[in-house]
Design a protein around this ligand. Structure first.
Ligand SMILES: *[C@@H]1O[C@H](CO)[C@@H](O)[C@H](O)[C@H]1NC(C)=O
Ligand SMILES: *[C@@H]1O[C@H](CO)[C@@H](O)[C@H](O)[C@H]1NC(C)=O
Length: 230
């Protein structure tokens, strides 16, 4: 009996400790100066396999065109251009990603979170209303939000749901920096209403306090992905 209790307690401890480690650990540390991604390799490692050093060139660490405006002609009125290891193979194992975000007037980058990275967000042009919401348990779904203008910087903690909205009459542009080569992106609406296969409507009806007709209507909408790797 007591052995059973100890076993259960030990299992709980292992789960708790490992979940803490997963949540708080950054990308793995470097074991070499660089490991330029071999994007064609089928070898699976934590990241990409390294390209032959003798074939590495300055262009492996280079990307041009982050100054170019992107099309915001979609239902959200926003477009995220991700510059990560797929575009700069030399970023492999360095624990960094950046992005450019374009906003049409009234455009929104809808509530989403990055499971593997915090974010530092800088307004380059225009005015934005941005915010993040804390978890249920910690500080009880508190919204921390602020109006930002050109030159302002805001931080979004890892894993917390956040958004940005262009309430100005002109376009806005921002950059985002991430502390992971794979920050991950989970958009609330797309995950909840746009999953494949769909979450049973009865579950969402209960959860959102709506009837199933409304849920099914929501599930039929086109939940656009507003980021691109082009
Ligand atoms: C984002 O912009 C690129 C380049 O302008 C465009 O090809 C892409 O379709 C846009 N994505 C969305 C979701 O509008
Ligand atoms: C479902 O809810 C919507 C919005 O409240 C309402 O307009 C509609 O009549 C409801 N439909 C049913 C079948 O209850």
């Amino acid at each position: 009996m007591s052995a059973m209790i100890i076993l259960i307690a030990a299992s709980i401890a292992v789960v708790v400790i490992s979940s803490i480690c997963v949540v708080s650990s950054p990308d793995p540390g470097l074991l070499q100066d660089f490991c330029v991604a071999d994007l064609t390799s089928t070898v699976l490692v934590n990241g990409y396999a390294c390209k032959d050093r003798l074939l590495v060139t300055p262009d492996d660490f280079f990307f041009s065109g982050i100054d170019q405006p992107r099309s915001t002609d979609n239902q959200l009125g926003s477009n995220i251009t991700v510059v990560g290891v797929d575009r700069i193979p030399g970023l492999n194992t360095l624990g960094l990603t950046i992005a450019r975000i374009d906003f049409a007037p009234g455009g929104v980058n809808p509530p989403h979170h990055h499971p593997r990275s915090s974010e530092v967000f800088t307004v380059v042009e225009g005015v934005l209303f941005v915010g993040f919401i804390t978890t249920n348990s910690d500080t009880g779904n508190t919204l921390y939000a602020k109006k930002l203008q050109k030159g302002d910087v805001f931080a979004f903690p890892q894993g917390l749901i956040h958004f940005q909205y262009n309430f100005g009459g002109k376009r806005a542009v921002a950059t985002a920096a991430f502390g992971s080569q794979s920050p991950g992106l989970s958009t609330v609406t797309n995950a909840v209403f746009g999953s494949d296969p769909s979450v049973p409507a009865a579950i969402l009806a209960k959860a959102f306090q709506l009837n199933e007709t409304t849920i099914e209507w929501l599930q039929q909408q086109n939940w656009v992905q507003n980021f691109n790797y082009n």
